[in-house]
Design a protein around this ligand. Structure first.
Ligand code: ADE
Ligand code: ZN
Length: 369
């Protein structure tokens, strides 16, 4: 009886300590200073905000409740069906105020999750095809940039993403118009469904963007047809400095070597789609850990949090830590990497990395984690 009681007490204490430790780890990952570099402005739109915009703008209400919008989000089976939902929901944004409000809602959320710096993707073509001018979009985004800086101490810059399933001519035309905002649109990217050989299609647009002084990145989605060739061509033909997702780099040792040696950053996202397929979070988090251990500059990002179960970047770093049991040092490295590969000055980089180190020093654990 006595022995049974001791056994019970030991198990109870071990369980309580483990729970306390995982709570401490979660708070550490959530709050560690970090940058977010792979985040689609349009995908930050939350279902309740969508409904509010539909009403405000007097648009046809396709869904009569939050539950109905959430049910629509369950239609995401793959990237193509996700983009259909994405385009449908983002069409509720019409005015400068809408762009401002949606961007501010995102900034408020992430500034409570340790985020100090953001490079926010947006899809110019998704708005101009609806008759909304770049001027309207940019006025809203610029107001949010100013407000986030003043009221939250958050620095926000932008990356214009062209859609891979639209023409290179359309991308080239938009590129020339974006020069007007080049002080805040730091670079260009490519998103939407991954067409076979897309780097060849957009190589000349990238050459022109480079000539204009834009920084270069592109999505290379995970486990899609021809993925390794796309990674190689993105690096060789498009001369990208970063790859968005890029987790298949672990499948090709020569590619991994080039990515590591050239310091090409990978903006990885542990989740995709509203309905996570069993095992996917684990395999993505596992790939992130492998890349980190191989010395690749990888960081954790949220992609489309408003349309993907409201998981923001701090939540996702915490989930990654838990899923693949990252060490404290690995957690800090992911945070430092987000600043290492950010398109910022070296002075800012040092300042941000010092903030990570200061955070680590003032958040020591009672245990050895
Ligand atoms: N557009 C928005 N989110 C995207 C993603 N994860 N991949 C490709 N295009 C996107
Ligand atoms: Zn993305």
């Amino acid at each position: 009886m006595h022995r049974l009681f001791i056994l019970f007490l030991t198990c109870f204490l071990a369980h309580t300590l483990t729970a306390a430790l995982s709570e401490e780890k979660r708070a550490f990952a959530l709050n560690v200073p970090k940058a977010e570099l792979h985040i689609h402005f349009e995908g930050t739109l939350e279902p309740d905000h969508y409904l509010k915009l539909i009403e405000q703008n007097g648009l046809e209400a396709k869904y009569d409740s939050l539950e109905a919008v959430q049910e629509r989000l369950l239609d995401q089976r793959d990237l193509n069906s996700f983009i259909e939902v994405y385009e449908e929901l983002l069409s509720a944004m019409r005015t400068e105020d809408d762009f401002y409000e949606v961007a501010m809602a995102y900034c408020r959320k992430v500034s409570s999750q340790g985020v100090l710096y953001v490079e926010l993707f947006f899809d110019p073509q998704m708005h101009t095809v609806r008759g909304i001018s770049l001027d309207t979009v940019m006025r809203g985004l610029l107001r949010a940039r100013e407000e986030a800086n003043v009221s939250l101490g958050l620095t926000l810059n932008f990356i214009a993403c062209f859609n891979r399933d639209r023409s290179a001519e359309s991308a080239a035309k938009h590129l020339e118009e974006l020069v007007r905002w080049q002080d805040v649109i730091l670079g260009i990217g490519l998103d939407n469904p991954e067409e076979i050989d897309f780097p060849k299609k957009f190589a000349s647009v990238y050459a022109r963007a480079r000539e204009l002084g834009f920084r270069l990145t592109t999505h290379c989605d995970v486990n899609v047809p021809n993925t390794l060739a796309h990674h190689w061509d993105a690096i060789e033909l498009m001369q990208v400095e970063r790859i968005d997702h890029g987790l298949n780099v672990i499948d090709d040792p020569a590619l991994l070597n080039v990515v590591r040696r050239r310091g090409i950053g990978l903006t990885a996202c542990p989740t995709l789609l509203y309905l996570d397929i069993p095992g996917r979070m684990g395999s993505r988090a596992g790939a992130i850990k492998t890349l980190l251990e191989a010395g690749v500059q990888v960081c954790v990002n949220s992609d489309d949090p408003g349309m993907m179960r409201s998981l923001y970047v701090g939540d996702l770093l915490a989930l990654t830590v838990e899923e693949v049991d990252l060490s404290r040092e690995q957690t800090l490295e992911l945070a430092r990497n987000s600043f290492r590969i950010a398109w910022i000055s070296d002075d800012d980089r040092q300042r941000y990395i010092r903030a990570v180190d200061d955070f680590a020093e003032s958040n020591l654990f009672s245990s050895d984690w």
